[in-house]
Structures are given as structure tokens and as C-alpha cells.
Design a protein around this ligand. Structure first.
Ligand code: PLP
Length: 393
């Protein structure tokens, strides 16, 4: 990150310390997973307690079942859970389950939604050098482009039209589009997706890698009261340790016992599951989610007021503890609005914040953890305003 790459020596709660002993309020949170803050005592103790008993067994163990029960209890529609290591792996598993269940190959995803870096999933995430939204990376085989149809977030008519042909195995979405503007789903859109998937035998997959255990105890599915067939979980589930999961209806997940392959040496290892158990328990502490909402709102409103006070056009989106700042756009409800934001201005703003001890993601997104205090939030709003002045100077 300009002006110099950052190297950290450690973190504590809402703060990180770099090699030169500078301390930063952290809104990156490891790109999302560190939902309890750094070095959370309960989480650290749970991992420490597991370590003398071994790192991995290559067979079932009690924590696997215990934490699966915790997921089932929290996530709407979850009857079974498969463990995996990363979100990218888990979305792949979800796609294979959908294909195995339906015998269909293609899937729908929405422009700007990120479902990991695998060949097919990367299609339609960001426009390439020619503005074309299809390819995501050099080295991605041309053939995968035909697997995916990209639709605009919220365009239910397009989904309806495409699904008429019985060609699509699944519809994938980030139920809140966190990766491109923190765009909440348009009203009734998720419910309509559920309806059209039901009517056409298409598997509805919520990629809740970011939203899971963050937008509410039961993720976006609970927040918007829609039960998908499959939910992909990662990031917050283990508070910073590498764990992912596919949860959902038994009829799909049980396909792994009748021909759909799901493998992985480290899947469901006891160290990360000990971390997950401690994380989910800590998230059950009173008022965690209420505080997420309050702090998210306070941060967002503070940023919006600072923009107005300094005559900087821009907009702030916020859902729960995820906030997005977009400079130069009046309102951001679509991926196109998000792409229109002035990233160059934001990059300069970000460096001014960094110099004042606030570490945040490039691109405008902010994550709050349970370790951020009201005072942290107030201090951050002050830093934002000072950084804004410095950027304008
Ligand atoms: N899905 C979403 C919504 C994500 O935000 C990410 C990562 O940021 C992934 C999938 C991929 O997860 P991972 O980086 O663990 O492979």
C-alpha cells in the first residue's frame, strides 16, 4: 500500500502495530475474518487448548459434529454441513453439488459478485482492460465462459427468462453485494429469486462468505428471511482461522455419499473447528449484533457528514458492520454506480488515514469487529474528516 508496504508485528483488539511500532485502528480485519478483533482471549485459549491434542486426524471427531450443530442452529435452511478450508473451495463444492443434483452445467451469477478465484467463479467480477465483464484473469480457460451467464444485480426478469430453459444448475449471489459497493438486495429480490429457483428446479446458493455471522447471527438469509438451498460460509466463522463450509439442505449435501466428490486433506481439522466454536460462542454474547448495527450506522453517518461538511460529493452505504464509502457518486444502488466512484481520490484519502493511524481496505469498504469501541468509531470519524481535509488541500 502506498507510500510503503505495511508489515505488522501483531494485533490486539481493534488495533494493529507495524514494525516501526506505529499503531493503527484496523478496519481491514484480515479482509473480514477477524470479527472478534485480534488476539481475542477466548478464541486464543480454545486454539491453545486444542494444540497439544494434534492438528489433524484424517477421520471424524467430536468438534466437527458439535460445530456443525451450531451452524445448523444458526443458518436458515441448514440441515447438513460440509467443512472446507477457504471460500473459493467451498463455492466450488456448492457448484458441484448443484450440478450433481440437477444434471445441468451452467450457472447464473451477478456482475460484481465475488465467489473466489476459481476459473468459472471469477467470471463477471470486474471489467477487464477492454471493459468486458466476462474474463477475470489471464490463464483462465476460454471454455469456462460458457458455463456462466452474468446478470445485473436485481434483474429478476433476466433471471426468470434464463431459467425457463432448464439449462442452469444454480443461481449464485452475495445476498448483500459486499464486494462491490455494499449493495443491499433490492426489495423482495431474494424472495423472488427463491420463487423462480423453486419453480424451475434451480439450486439457490447464497455466498455468505462475508455476510455469514456478520449481517446477523444467521447471516443475510436470516436478515432478509429467505432460505437458500445452499449457503457458503467462511471468514467470520472461525474468527481468522482458515475454515469454510457449505451448509444447506440434506438432499444436496448428502450427494457426497452418492457420487459427488468433496475432498481436502485439512477439511474440518480440529484446530480450526476449536476456533470456530469459540468464535460462534463469543458472537452469542449479549448485544453483539446490536452494537454492530449501531457502530456501523455511526461510522457511516460520520463519514457522510464529513463529506457534506467539506463539499465532497459522495455516498455511504452501510449494512450492519460493513460500510462502503464512494466518492463522486450521489447514490450507489448498482454495480455500475460502484464502478463510477472516484477511486483515485479514495486512494489518496486512504493514505492520509493511514498516516493518522487508521488502516482500511482499498476500494472503500470498512469492516467493524466486536472489539471496536464507540470511542474507536468516534476517533475514526475525526480521522476521516482530517484525512479528507488533507486530501482536498
Ligand atoms: N466469496 C466471497 C463473497 C468472498 O468475499 C470471498 C473472499 O473474499 C470468497 C468467496 C473467497 O474466499 P477465500 O478468499 O477464502 O477463498
Amino acid at each position: 500500500m502506498p507510500p510503503h508496504p505495511l508489515f505488522f508485528q501483531g494485533g490486539n483488539g481493534s488495533r494493529l502495530t507495524d514494525l516501526d511500532d506505529n499503531t493503527y485502528l484496523d478496519y481491514v480485519l484480515g479482509w473480514g475474518p477477524v470479527i472478534l478483533g485480534h488476539g481475542h482471549p477466548g478464541l486464543t485459549e480454545a486454539v491453545q487448548n486444542q494444540l497439544p491434542h494434534g492438528a489433524t486426524y484424517g477421520a471424524g471427531h467430536v468438534l466437527e459434529a458439535e460445530v456443525a450443530e451450531m451452524v445448523i442452529e444458526r443458518i436458515p435452511g441448514a440441515e447438513r454441513v460440509l467443512w472446507s478450508n477457504t471460500g473459493s473451495e467451498a463455492t466450488q463444492v456448492a457448484l458441484r453439488l448443484a450440478r450433481g443434483a440437477t444434471g445441468r452445467r451452467r450457472f447464473i451469477k451477478f456482475g460484481g459478485h465475488y465467489h473466489g478465484w476459481s476459473d468459472a467463479m471469477l467470471v463477471g467480477y470486474r471489467p477487464g482492460p477492454t471493459g468486458d465483464l466476462a474474463r477475470g484473469s489471464e490463464g483462465q480457460p476460454e471454455a469456462v465462459l460458457d458455463d456462466v451467464t452474468i446478470v445485473d444485480w436485481g434483474d429478476i426478469e433476466a433471471v426468470r427468462r434464463l431459467l425457463q430453459g432448464d439449462e442452469y444448475a444454480a443461481v449464485f449471489c452475495e445476498p448483500v453485494l459486499c464486494n462491490s459497493g455494499v449493495l443491499a438486495p433490492p426489495e423482495n429480490f431474494l424472495t423472488e429469486l427463491r420463487r423462480v429457483c423453486d419453480a424451475t428446479g434451480t439450486v439457490l446458493v447464497f455466498d455468505e462468505v462475508i455476510t455469514g455471522f456478520r449481517m446477523s447471527r444467521g447471516g443475510a438469509a436470516e436478515r432478509y428471511d429467505v432460505e437458500p438451498d445452499l449457503v457458503v460460509l467462511a471468514k467470520a466463522v472461525a474468527g481468522g482461522y482458515p475454515l469454510a463450509a457449505v451448509a444447506g439442505r440434506a438432499e444436496f449435501l448428502e450427494l457426497t455419499t452418492s457420487g459427488v466428490v468433496h475432498a481436502g486433506t485439512y477439511n474440518g481439522n480440529p484446530v480450526v473447528l476449536a476456533a470456530a466454536k469459540a468464535t460462534l460462542e463469543a458472537l452469542d454474547e449479549p448485544s453483539v449484533y446490536e452494537t454492530f448495527e449501531n457502530h456501523g450506522r455511526k461510522l457511516g453517518e460520520g463519514f457522510a457528514q464529513a463529506l457534506t461538511a467539506h463539499g465532497v460529493p459522495g455516498t455511504i452505504n452501510q449494512v450492519g458492520p460493513v460500510v462502503q464509502c464512494m466518492i463522486g457518486v450521489k447514490e450507489a444502488a448498482t454495480f455500475t454506480d460502484f464502478l463510477a466512484a472516484d477511486q483515485k481520490f479514495y486512494d489518496r484519502l486512504l493514505v492520509h488515514m493511514l498516516r493518522r493511524g487508521v488502516f482500511t481496505l482499498p476500494g472503500g469498504r470498512w469492516y467493524l469487529s466486536a472489539a471496536h469501541s464507540e470511542h474507536d468509531v468516534e476517533q475514526t470519524v475525526d480521522v476521516f474528516e482530517a484525512a479528507l481535509k488533507a486530501t482536498l488541500a
